[in-house]
Design a protein around this ligand. Structure first.
Ligand code: C2E
Ligand code: CA
Ligand code: CA
Length: 575
């Protein structure tokens, strides 16, 4: 009896333990967010466990034959994957896994199968686990997307574009064909951003990007590089996928405005640079660089244009880069000198004064023209120390000559807009004038017409201040750009320099002659002095005298002279 009670207690205890264990296992399964399918291969027994109804609410599996019902639960494309997994033991495999997409087209499930074997490797049990990995997959997809695409426009990003271009170039090498790269930049994008705000700027980039994406196909890759820059690569361009055709379509689209989400309309234009493999470069990055350089050229020539790569553009660019690097060194070492070109009154051929012209002798002895390096200096800011050097060095020499010869004459200096616009410009000029004790009335600043037009209000206000100190203002290169006589009326200037292009054509071109006559007549009426520059022949001189021009400057009467030669000239004319 005792023995029997003991046996019953033992059985109860074991039973309790089994119930606890089963409860524990069920809990583990339920909280695993997975669904399980257990198959006893020997007994042909099947059981579904855990979150089965969440994954497959309509699938009841009672015996082995029911398992095939699962095939209907997945997207057709994944049926084979699932079948291979569910029949794993037939291929003598003991484990395997794969990813499948359910019929709802949004649940991604990892299916993991484990086969348990007895001795002799005979399979006895099979455990299939289904796990929802949709969230993970999305994160993964987002990462992949970010690696390839630009979020703002949905176009390929720069890195991926470069990879695709590498493929195009390699293929073109094999097939002996061409790849074109179009570098597209929205004009005046900074003005758009400053004026309309960054969000509108972004929307414009997005809208235009969407339009460009229409060109994308197997042979055309469209990308958003950054900010307002897009790049298109075209494999074997011809017909509708030629650069010309794409550019024409872009221009047609941009004839009408982009409609913003606010309902506002914005007009934009673009500048495009084109470089082609193998003509421009053999290497992908160089190819993109070439297209960018050409795009800058298009911008420099007035924007809203397309420009094609050619060797001179690249040479100019490389020369500019070299000059830019050397320029900084030259500024540091002050490798500049001043030359002075005499100006004469036509009435009696008396010396009026000199125009100070800068000279740069490179370390290899070569002279670099100011027409080449001044624009570069204006861009990289070295024009400020260069301008200060010009003022200091010219006025210093001028003061010495004044002291020696005691004659009234004028020193003209060329002033760049960047220099003139600085807050400290007037003060630094006045300081130099004071330092060398020269009369401000004998100092003249030459400002070009184009500079004036671009910053009219700011520059004319400064000119008026300078004139209050007695400094003279001369309008340089008159006639090269705007030539509107009407705006001359209110300009605070003393002198007007008629550009050499007018002088060289005035005797051969009747229209130039008529314009010349009227300029001199009008300018005199306004009370300004006229100087004709670039006078090279006696005939030009006689004609200028005839129409009443006040002064001339040019190779006929004197080339720009070094400090020593200027002194010799002064010795001969006034000494
Ligand atoms: P610019 O102010 O129009 O100066 C006159 C230019 O014409 C000078 O060239 C001068 O040498 C040249 N020239 C004078 N007479 C004749 C002539 O009869 N025939 C021909 N064909 N040319 C003549 P340069 O010295 O090479 O200067 C070129 C330009 O560089 C200047 O044009 C000016 O815009 C700029 N530049 C020169 N020096 C300075 C400077 O110190 N500061 C700034 N900001 N610019 C300067
Ligand atoms: Ca000048
Ligand atoms: Ca000039």
């Amino acid at each position: 009896m005792e023995e029997l009670r003991y046996q019953v207690d033992l059985l109860n205890a074991m039973n309790q333990r089994l119930t606890n264990d089963e409860r524990m296992l069920r809990m583990i399964c339920d909280t695993s967010n997975s669904a399980f399918l257990y198959v006893n291969l020997k007994a042909n027994y099947v059981k579904t466990l855990a979150n089965w109804n969440f994954y497959f609410p309509d699938v009841e599996i009672r015996d082995i034959c029911d398992i095939s019902k699962l095939y209907d639960q997945v997207e057709e494309k994944y049926m084979l994957t699932l079948r291979d997994l569910l029949l794993l033991e037939k291929n003598n495999l003991s484990s395997g896994n794969g990813i499948i997409l359910l019929k709802d087209k949004k649940t991604w499930v990892e299916c993991e199968v484990t086969i348990v074997c007895e001795e002799m490797n005979r399979p006895t049990d099979k455990i299939v686990r289904f796990k929802d990995i949709s969230k993970l997959k999305k994160q993964n997809d987002d990462l992949t997307y970010m690696a390839y695409y630009d979020i703002l426009t949905g176009l390929y990003n720069r890195n991926y574009f470069v990879r695709l271009l590498v493929d195009y170039v390699e293929k073109a090498k094999e097939e002996n064909t061409v790849v074109s790269v179009m570098f597209i930049d929205i004009d005046d994008f900074k003005k758009i951003n400053d004026g309309l705000g960054l969000l509108i700027g972004d929307e414009i980039v997005q809208l235009f990007g969407q339009f460009l994406s229409g060109f994308q196909n197997d042979n055309v890759v469209v990308s958003h590089f950054n900010a307002d820059i897009y790049c298109i690569a075209i494999y074997d361009p011809f017909g509708s996928r030629s650069v010309e055709s794409i550019y024409r379509k872009i221009n047609e689209r941009l004839k009408s405005p982009l409609r913003l989400s606010t309902g506002e309309d914005v007009m934009i234009s673009v500048s495009v640079g084109v470089a082609e493999y193998p003509e421009a470069a053999l290497n992908t990055l160089e190819l993109i660089n070439c297209a960018e350089i050409v795009m800058f050229k298009a911008k420099g020539e007035g924007k809203n244009a397309i420009k094609y790569f050619d060797a001179p553009i690249l040479n100019d660019f490389l020369q500019n880069v070299t000059i830019e690097n050397k320029l900084k060194e030259a500024v540091f070492n002050q490798n500049f000198t001043m030359h002075f070109q005499p100006q004469y009154y036509l009435d009696g051929n008396r010396l009026r004064g000199f125009e100070a012209l800068i000279r740069w002798r490179d370390t290899d002895g070569r002279m670099i023209s100011p027409t080449v390096f001044i624009p570069i200096a204006e861009k990289n800011g070295t024009i400020i120390p260069i301008g200060n050097f010009v003022m200091e060095e010219s006025i210093r020499n001028f003061a010495k000559w004044k002291e020696e010869y005691h004659k009234p004459f004028v020193l003209s200096m060329n002033i760049s807009a960047i220099q003139c616009r600085r807050d400290d410009f007037v003060d630094s000029l006045l300081n130099i004038i004071k330092k060398y004790e020269v009369d401000p009335a004998e100092i003249e600043l030459e400002i070009t017409e184009s500079v004036l037009i671009e910053n009219f209000k700011e520059i004319t206000e400064k000119m008026a201040v300078l004139r209050e100190y007695g400094i003279r203002i001369s309008l340089d290169d008159f006639g090269t750009g705007y030539s509107s006589l009407s705006y001359l009326v209110d300009l605070p200037i003393d002198t007007l320099k008629i550009d050499k292009s007018f002088i060289s054509t005035m005797l051969s071109d009747r229209n130039a002659k008529i314009i010349m006559d009227s300029i001199v007549y009008m300018v005199k009426k306004l009370g300004h002095e006229t100087i004709a520059e670039g006078v090279e022949t006696k005939e030009q001189l006689e004609y200028l005298k005839e129409i009443g021009c006040d002064c001339i400057q040019g190779f006929l009467l004197g080339k720009p002279l070094s400090v020593e030669d200027t002194k010799k000239l002064l010795d001969s004319v006034v000494g």
